[in-house]
Ligand binder design. Structure first.
Ligand SMILES: NC(=O)c1ccc[n+]([C@@H]2O[C@H](COP(=O)([O-])OP(=O)(O)OC[C@H]3O[C@@H](n4cnc5c(N)ncnc54)[C@H](O)[C@@H]3O)[C@@H](O)[C@H]2O)c1
Ligand SMILES: O=C(O)C1=N[C@H](C(=O)O)CCC1
Length: 251
């Protein structure tokens, strides 16, 4: 049995995870952490980790970057791993997360779906071949109107994955409205659309002369993210300290 503390338990993803874990006989949520108290849960919910002294095997986090230090401290003290699904971290937050990963196992993934984790590899192969052939790379992501961060963590992860195989020579361009010049060659454009209840769409566009190749992922429900997070929560306990990725879980 995997005992989980769920941070962000009263949010949209927190509630999908809560239901999924209830239907899974090998996992249980032993406590929730949330700044808001807008839900009735079957497990105890604390405002912060400072109030929580519940024994667990792993933390799943779908909340916000706020007070990230508090969760890292708790996990290091208890020597338990974190499945970090929150997006929108600052450079300083990411450095703090890296430092904590020298003490505990941390699996950070901006997108827990199997599809996106497959696409991360496909776009790397495409980027190598198509950049050599002179294609420009653009990413368009679309999400619901409640999303706080932009561009999405997934769009940045897709850009980082491609940049990694392009010797990190590409810069990211989020806004062209003030430019009066041609597009730079070694650039990945990233555009964010927000509206309605769109669960999540990511499209990587390779635009060449007279031809365009598009690799697209559409999420039709939040369950695809929850499923990956629960799988990761089962995978992490007992692992040595370090940073892990979804590819370590799903191969
Ligand atoms: N990795 C993935 O696959 C994936 C998928 C979906 C969403 N996300 C990310 O997960 C996060 C949450 O998404 P959501 O749609 O559930 O948002 P949401 O706003 O519906 O829920 C967030 C919940 O976290 C709580 N919260 C915020 N800051 C907190 C803190 N410091 N301590 C405790 N509780 C806190 C809020 O009160 C809220 O209940 C976002 O960063 C989003 O981008 C990641
Ligand atoms: O709904 C969200 O918020 C999502 N956030 C992740 C991101 O920022 O990439 C993954 C998709 C859903």
């Amino acid at each position: 049995m995997t005992n989980i503390i769920l941070r962000g338990c009263n949010g949209k993803m927190g509630q999908v995870i809560t239901q999924m874990v209830e239907e899974d006989e090998n996992t249980v949520i032993v406590a929730g952490i949330d700044l808001s108290a807008n839900r009735m849960n079957k497990y105890p919910v604390y405002h912060s980790f400072f109030q929580c002294n519940v024994k667990a095997d792993v933390i799943i986090d779908f909340s916000s970057p706020k007070n990230i230090g508090e969760m890292l401290e708790f996990a290091m003290q208890k020597r338990i791993g974190i499945v970090l699904c929150t997006t929108g971290f600052s450079k300083e937050d990411l450095e703090m997360i890296d430092r904590a990963s020298t003490v505990i196992p941390i699996l950070r993934s901006a997108n827990m779906s199997m599809g996106i984790n497959l696409i991360l590899k496909l776009v790397q192969e495409a980027a190598i071949l198509l950049s050599e052939a002179g294609f420009d790379i653009e990413i368009v992501e679309k999400h619901h109107n409640k999303k706080l961060d932009a561009p999405s963590g997934t769009a940045l992860a897709l850009a980082d994955a491609m940049n990694e195989v392009l010797n990190n020579e590409y810069g990211y361009k989020y806004d062209r409205s003030l430019d009066r010049k041609e597009r730079e060659k070694k650039q990945i454009g990233i555009s964010a659309v927000r509206g309605g209840t769109i669960v999540g769409e990511h499209e990587v566009i390779f635009a060449g002369t007279d031809e365009v190749i598009e690799i697209k992922h559409t999420a039709y429900s939040k369950a695809i993210f929850a499923k990956g997070a629960v799988q990761a929560a089962k995978f992490l306990p007992g692992k040595t300290a370090g940073m892990y990725q979804m590819s370590d879980v799903i191969g």
